[in-house]
Write a protein that binds this ligand. Structure first.
Ligand SMILES: NC(=O)c1ccc[n+]([C@@H]2O[C@H](COP(=O)([O-])OP(=O)(O)OC[C@H]3O[C@@H](n4cnc5c(N)ncnc54)[C@H](OP(=O)(O)O)[C@@H]3O)[C@@H](O)[C@H]2O)c1
Length: 282
């Protein structure tokens, strides 16, 4: 039976397709535009918009018994109905701690994740929700351009504590859940091995690159002003408020990655070493 990985072009989805294909599992990876997919040998492509599945869903779901679902914005009800009709028996939903954390669950990011969680629960499908902590890939999203351009990072709340989790670890956990039922709990809270302040994460990148990367501290308003246009303002405001609330805290660590995969969660440094080129000019 085949596993359908939605978001197969995404950071986590692409790693999950690779992990499943490498282990020899029949896997199909979907994107809204299948021509954008670069799948490993053995993986089948499919075209699917989760919020507007139409007849394409039946093709994407043919012979599928387990699904990895991205927490997309919009209704996934029609997709889930098609999944039930196609005989899917289990689903892994990528979600976010924003769905339950104070200060987040009732703001835009939390509401999007909670809506998808509610839809999945309402579908009646057996499922596990993944709650990864701060993705190591955020470092590329938020800092790579600045580091390439100026070898400095300007940010607000550099003392905020996060526990960067490696996307490969999330993919490995998802691959395990999709292929055997040992750890199919209601949820798995996934973190990296240790908390770091945001400014320490920047220092780790500098250390790997062999350069000093000074951090220029911005106020909340300066960060809002600088980043407007990069993301919708309510999202930016939520992210800044979450960072502000984590200053002086110690972000939580779980052992879920090791418990599920049998391998310790990888440190942030491992992700940086593998993505060194993203931070180098040219
Ligand atoms: N940033 C964090 O610290 C953090 C923490 C916890 C959880 N998360 C969760 O992790 C997610 C990011 O994961 P990532 O980095 O792997 O994401 P990513 O690389 O941005 O990929 C997102 C994927 O979602 C797919 N997608 C979006 N809308 C879709 C739709 N309507 N139908 C089908 N597919 C759709 C895209 O597929 P196409 O190829 O069709 O574009 C893309 O492959 C966040 O959105 C959040 O939910 C993030």
């Amino acid at each position: 039976m085949t596993i359908l990985v939605t978001g197969a072009r995404g950071n986590i989805g692409s790693r999950l397709v690779a992990a499943l294909a490498e282990a020899g599992h029949p896997v199909r990876g979907s994107a809204r535009d299948a021509t954008t997919l670069r799948l490993p040998a053995g993986a089948e492509p499919a075209e699917l918009d989760l919020t507007d599945p139409g007849p394409a869903a039946a093709d994407a779901l043919r012979g599928v018994d387990a699904v990895f679902l991205y927490p997309v914005i919009g209704s996934v009800d029609a997709f889930l109905e098609a999944a039930v009709a196609a005989g899917v028996r289990y689903l892994v939903l990528l979600s976010s701690p924003s769905a339950y954390e104070a200060g987040e669950f009732d703001r835009p990011i939390g509401l999007v994740h909670r809506a998808v969680e509610r839809a999945v629960a309402g579908s009646g499908l057996k499922h596990t929700v993944l709650y990864p902590s701060w993705l190591a890939t955020n470092a590329g999203r938020d800092w790579a351009d600045q580091i390439r351009a100026s070898r400095r990072v300007a940010m607000a709340f550099g003392d905020a504590s996060v526990t960067p989790v490696h996307p490969d670890d999330i993919a490995r956990v998802a691959a395990d859940l999709l292929t055997r039922d040992t750890h199919r709990a209601r949820m798995q809270i996934l973190t990296g091995p240790r908390p770091l302040r945001l400014r320490d994460a920047v220092a780790t990148i500098g250390d790997v690159l062999g350069v000093e990367l000074p951090v220029d501290d911005l106020t909340r308003d300066e960060a809002l002003e600088r980043d407007q246009g990069r993301m919708p303002r309510p999202i930016l405001e939520t992210l800044l408020d979450v960072a502000a609330a984590s200053v002086g805290q110690t972000a939580p660590v779980t052992n879920a990655v090791e418990r599920v995969t049998g391998r310790p969660a990888q440190p942030f440094r491992s992700w940086v070493e593998a993505h060194r080129a993203d931070f180098q000019p040219g």
